[in-house]
Ligand binder design. Structure first.
Ligand code: PNS
Length: 161
């Protein structure tokens, strides 16, 4: 059984993430989407909240599991018996950072390689940060996230939660 891991901040999950999840879940027997800590970011949602949102939008994919982990990705991959880490690549600007992480992760865990999926063209510009910025300035995020995620972002922006 081939297990892949798709790590990220997912703060929150966008349609671009969902596109990668759907495509990766068709390539591997099991896909574990893991919410992790990125020390360069200050998240809007807690890790558990992000995982709950991911569960809501991936319910139609039976081989997808959602998890949270606060530690080294290479160690998590070993613990879960993953053969690969999946990452999405958007513009050339993603490349250097992702290349560095892929090499560091392979150094830390030589059994785990990284598989890159090129973004679908319509999500080339999309990121969680862009979504939050548009919402914070009153713009519509309807085309960028699932409806249930849109509601949660707007609630959080209004600090109703
Ligand atoms: O969605 P992001 O914020 O680009 O995801 C980055 C993430 C969470 C995958 C990365 O920061 C990460 O792997 N964090 C876990 C800690 C770790 O293993 N760091 C070393 C990476 S070489």
């Amino acid at each position: 059984m081939k297990t892949a891991i798709y790590p990220g901040s997912f703060d929150p999950v966008t349609l671009g993430h969902l596109d990668v999840i759907e495509r990766a879940s068709a390539l591997f027997d099991r896909l574990i989407v893991v919410v992790m800590h990125n020390q360069t970011k200050k998240p809007m949602f807690t890790a558990e909240e992000r995982a709950a949102l991911l569960r809501r939008v991936t319910g139609h994919l039976p081989n997808v599991e959602i998890d949270c982990f606060d530690g080294l990705l290479a160690a998590y991959a070993a613990e879960r018996g993953a053969c690969t880490i999946v990452k999405g690549l958007r513009a050339v600007s993603d490349f250097e950072y992702e290349f560095q992480m892929a090499l560091a992760n392979r150094k830390l865990n030589p059994d785990v390689d990284t598989t890159f999926l090129m973004t679908s063209a319509e999500y080339m510009y999309l990121s969680s940060s862009v979504v939050k910025d548009i919402a914070a300035h009153g713009g519509s995020i309807r085309d960028f996230v699932s409806p249930e995620i849109e509601t949660e972002i707007l609630k959080r922006m209004r600090k109703e939660d």
